[in-house]
Design a protein around this ligand. Structure first.
Ligand code: DAH
Length: 339
């Protein structure tokens, strides 16, 4: 028996000495000290030992167990220490290296201009609404009194998905959605992206943004339009700003006009910025065409209204004196940081 135990001990100690991973050491533990291990097997064989020898043999088994356990624990401890040291070496941090500073983003000039316009109109009691960028021909053209043969529907200006669906060319389409869904009084602005098959240059882009405005109520007149937009221009460009309306044509308004503001650079005397005229064109507007109201089930004998459409990029370019629209889309942080 003694020889058996010595052999077990010697073999176990040899395996512990070779155990270079925690897994291997754990295997040794299971093989020798576990429930199905070799020492347990010896204890199970005690029934064949004579009763007077049993305490002695039991003591020997316990001593062997203690030797193996101590060796195993020591091996585990030193291996763990070694692993920790390796890990610390690997993870060493050089605190003298320069850190990477997180770049904080910046509001885009378009966003700043839009928030300004929204602030002004919300202050006048307008609601901000949105409409779809992928639009039915009906909402973009037909319901805005632009019939099938109208030149504004030219395939060269419009991204058609099929003959019935297109990328909206103007936010005026949102007017129709709102009039279909809401009963007057209506007072909304609708900012959003629009698309036209335009070549990119300093003043054109195939995708840009507009802000649409629509007011429908009883007894709304051109005087309301004028007062509202004059106030808007003053808030946006300064108290001194004057406005001028030039007759124009839009199919969905009658009468229609384009609004100019006095040049905020020279105050109207004429400079390079306004090309000597003293005026800067800023938006299109007019009284909502009775046919448009009728198509949206609003009785033109009971209700009237006005609408306007502003180019968002145009406002951003003017306000920040940027001379090339392309700069707005290049996302160069050195440019964007200036606003
Ligand atoms: N939708 C027009 C355009 O894209 C702009 C416009 C003009 C909108 C007159 C209006 C309006 O609501 O009344 O050129």
């Amino acid at each position: 028996m003694k020889e058996t135990l010595q052999a077990i001990e010697a073999k176990a100690l040899e395996m512990i000495a070779q155990g270079d991973t925690l897994d291997k050491l754990n295997e040794v533990k299971v093989a020798y000290l576990g429930k199905k291990g070799e020492l347990t097997a010896v204890l199970k064989g005690m029934k064949d030992v004579s009763p007077e020898d049993r305490p002695k043999v039991g003591q020997m088994v316990n001593d062997t167990r203690a030797v193996i356990e101590d060796a195993l624990n020591a091996a585990i401890k030193s291996l763990e220490a070694k692993l920790m040291e390796e890990k610390l070496k690997e993870e060493v941090i050089d605190v003298t290296l320069p850190s990477t500073k997180p770049e904080i983003g910046h509001r885009h000039p378009n966003t700043i201009a839009l928030e300004e316009v929204e602030r002004i109109f919300v202050g006048m009691g307008y609601e901000v609404v949105e409409g779809p960028e992928i639009e039915k021909d009906y909402y973009n053209f037909e319901a805005l009194n632009i019939p099938a043969d109208h030149p504004a529907k030219d395939e060269q200006d419009t991204f058609y998905i099929n003959s019935d669906i297109l990328l909206r060319t103007q936010t005026s389409s949102v007017q129709v959605h709102v009039m279909e869904e809401q009963k007057p009084p209506i007072r909304i602005i609708a900012p959003g992206r629009v698309f036209r098959a335009d070549e990119v240059d300093a003043t054109h882009s195939p995708s840009f943004h507009q802000i649409e405005g629509l007011v429908i109520d009883k007894n709304v007149t051109f005087a309301d339009l004028k007062g509202t937009l004059a106030e808007f221009a003053k808030e946006l460009f300064g108290e001194e700003t004057k406005v001028k309306f030039r007759p124009h044509h839009f199919p969905f308004t009658e009468p229609s006009a384009e609004m100019d503001v006095t040049c905020f650079k020279c105050g109207g005397s004429g400079c390079r910025f306004c090309k000597g005229s003293g005026w800067i064109e800023i938006l299109g507007c007019g009284m909502v065409h009775p046919r448009v109201l009728t198509m949206c089930n609003i009785d033109p004998n009971e209700y009237t209204g006005f609408a306007f459409g502003v180019g968002l990029e145009r406002i951003a370019l003017l306000k920040y004196e940027i001379d090339d629209m392309r700069l707005l889309y290049e996302n160069d942080i050195r440019f964007l940081k200036q606003f």
